[in-house]
Design a protein around this ligand. Structure first.
Ligand code: PGA
Length: 228
């Protein structure tokens, strides 16, 4: 078992000013609660492209133990692909990228084929990949660094999966894909986070709503009362 992976997904939210305010508050939370600095926890913040550069500068300046992630990546390399952001461009600021989030699959029609092209691009520049799947039968491309099991009906609904079922599905994903790290996402809160982490197969969580507020997000990490 490596560190517990806590990846916050801000989705399409926050201006630069709001993002900097989040970090300042997070910094206060961190100094008040040194437990957040557990070496057992890796905190990744997955933010819109527009926030990568300003947040990287601020994280470096404040020396915060946070890694940055993008929420998407172009399936193509640099070149004539208007509107896309390439893996090489992301790598300047971020070390992680989410690929295959259900909102990308559902609202933007991303297929397994496109997603595997994205994985190829991300891997070619050394980005760590957090690959999202809604179940244990969806294809997981070889070589991703972590998988997030996120049942669609649990995302943003306040209705999380049961820890037992999440544990079983994650165990099954591990057996089928040999991915070293598999985490759970879908209405994770500071109240329920410990019940997921208590499942032996669960290596972390992917909170969306609960990562938007720095105090809630800090509480969520504090409530991981069963560090593995
Ligand atoms: P949620 O989002 O925590 O708000 O349900 C999770 C996600 O979409 O990754």
């Amino acid at each position: 078992m490596g560190t517990i992976l806590i990846a916050g997904n801000w989705k399409s939210n926050k201006t630069i000013l709001e993002a900097k305010q989040w970090l300042q508050e997070w910094n206060i939370q961190l100094s008040n609660n040194p437990i957040i600095q557990w070496k057992n926890v890796t905190v990744v913040l997955c933010v819109p492209f527009t926030l990568l550069y300003p947040l990287k500068k601020e994280i470096d300046r404040l020396k915060l133990p946070i890694e940055l992630g993008a929420q998407d990546v172009s399936p193509y390399p640099d070149g004539a692909y208007t509107g896309e952001v390439s893996a090489r461009q992301i790598k300047e600021f971020a070390s992680w990228v989410i690929i295959g989030h259900s909102e990308r699959r559902n609202y933007f029609g991303e297929t397994d084929e496109i997603l595997s092209q994205k994985v190829t691009q991300a891997k070619s520049v050394g980005l760590s990949i957090l690959y999202c799947v809604p179940d244990d039968v969806t294809v997981v491309p070889v070589g991703v660094d972590a998988v997030a099991y996120e049942p669609v009906w649990a995302i943003g609904t306040g209705k999380s999966d049961t820890p037992q079922n999440a544990g079983q599905v994650i165990q099954s994903i591990k057996a089928k894909t040999h991915t070293p790290r598999v985490i759970y996402g879908g209405s994770v809160t500071s109240e329920n986070v410990a019940t997921f982490i208590a499942q032996p197969a669960v290596d972390g969580v992917l909170p969306g709503g609960a990562s938007m507020d720095p105090v809630k997000f800090a509480n969520l990490i504090k409530n991981l009362c069963n560090p593995k």
